[in-house]
Design a protein around this ligand. Sequence first.
Ligand code: SF4
Length: 692
Amino acid sequence: ISESRVADQWTKTTCGYCSVGCGMLVGTRDGKAVAVRGNPDHPVNLGKLCPKGLSEHQMIDTPGRARVPLLRRGGKGSPLEPISWDEALDVMVARITGLQRTYGSDTLGVIGTGQLLTEEFFTLGKLVQLGFRSRNYDGNTTLCMSSAVSGYKLSFGSDGPPGSYADMEHADVVLLVGSNIADNHPILCNRLRKRPGQVLIVADPRVTKTAMMADIHLPVKPRSDIALLNGIAHILLRDGMIDEAFLESHTEGLDELRRFVAEFTPETVARTTGLTVETIENIAFLYGTASSAFIGWTMGVNHSTQGSVTVAAINNLALLTGKIGQLGSAPFSITGQCNAMGTRESGFTSGMPGYRKFDSAKDRAELAVLWNIDEEELPKSRGLAYPDIIEAALDKRVRALWFIATNPVVSFPNVKLLTQALSTAEFVVVQDGFYPTPTMDYADLVLPAAIWGEKEGTYTNSERRVSKVNAFVAPPGEARSDFDIFLSIAERLGVRERLFSGWISSHDAWLEWQRVSAGRLCDYSAFTWAQLEEQGGAQWGGTSLYRDGVFPYDGGRAKLHCVPCLPFSEQPDKEFDFILNTGRTVEHWHTRTKTGAVPQLDRMVPNAWLEMNPIDADRLSLRQHDRIALVSRRARVEGIELRITGIVAPGQVFMPFHFAEQNSNLVTLGAFDPISREPNFKQCAVRVERSR
Ligand code: SF4
């Protein structure tokens, strides 16, 4: 090992990829990051890291980093040219406020991310609501976990995952629904099968790596999870495997649910799911009689037009059996991005800071006092969610778009419609740590941002653990932290003194966020940055929420919900005869903006592929590694490598969604959950042909 690659300083921080929230030590030398190790003292990962975490330092100092602001001086169609920060921010504020004067404040749509620091989300929320006075802001987190948020709100009256990772370890039974944590949350996957006798059940149409670990794999038909969950509820109620005292004291809706699930007999559910009656009876018995049981889910549930209510159907099982609020028992949404929780809590996604509600007079009055503003300045209702901002850009209700650390041209469903919206918008700002990204083809202005490793603050992981994130290198070129960019914009809007008085660093935002969250369910007021760093983070709400059985609904009772099974929006037919399922691979992160820049990860998985069952491959006379085209009513994607494998069932195909060149989102359908507005990335009708 050359001397230049040996670290002479180590900095504690938290991984900036997924929501597991692993603690790590980053080694630096001469101002460069040269090594990463898992932090052996961090309670989440005890020194372990996955391939993305182990190579995370390598994406920092790469040629694709954004270094200077860029502007299309000659308007649309002209090249992006380097400009100064002063000019960039002047142009941005002048163009947006100019459009707002003509078309109203809500003509600005802002799309954030789950990648920023909580302190940055808090600052951005204030800037957009009170500085720009737009209600149209949301996170790209709506593409991955807004259904978990809505489902928790439906059942419990508030967002907030009730359990912890330790529950997964201590549970007698773990049921994972639509969750391939071996690929997507690999370090969390280490918690499975630690306890002797633990039964692991995985419901997934595909034989994922996680399904391969299971004692029982349930290869359910696509979107039959609701039938399975209702069928389990039916058996629990039929056989008395319920906690009557808990139901009586802490829930409402039992009689309606009992009547509703009566028709979900094991025989009916067997026909809908493709499972046997014996299997369904067995799963219900295992869950119902276990002394502790954990239900985890991720995108197989959330990426659906029925995601929110599927979450409610999961929560029903926990409420029926009282398996919530105790060690080993929780209905638990495993989040996606490193700080998706931070954006939920600090109010940039779907609400106001501290889980406050727009329509609560008490919440609005309280926040107005904390912010020393007139209550009338606060939005009275939620503005448009991410997909609706895009739709509004198509018909010009929104004319200015600001994207922060997100790359929708790869990640948004039905990309053709999205790019039409981007082309229609009069002014598009893209703020990112890397360029070019495919989304920048549509940008009028590009702002270069600092990334993980170059700024300081906190992330909150899936188990509500707030962890410290530290800077260990300087941003490249003229790139600035998102926090600095937001304050500079506030300055130009003339609101910095009023809204961010005395703020210099992200720690000032942290201190205000602590005051604003104090006394709320997500209360950050008890921690200091120093404590978080020393202890490997701390969980707001402790290890379990709702230990006393009191839920944040008025009256304190959780709600049981009757959840019908609806067919998904686009059924296969003669012309488009396969159901497409999309997902991730362990080596890559989202649209590969970061992991594509890491040579080892790129070499391991450089291209997309399509998985097809051997029966279908035979029928179509296709062979292993043939180049195929994936065709839907929206688009045709050429040159994809075919992998023939029994991992997918006949009639289904699977493709990872990370790749700009072979983009699965050209073919996916723009269909959304009516409550959460999360897209249905999992099911649409496609056909497979030999590539031209
Ligand atoms: Fe980072 Fe997630 Fe991997 Fe942990 S599991 S190292 S948090 S990407």
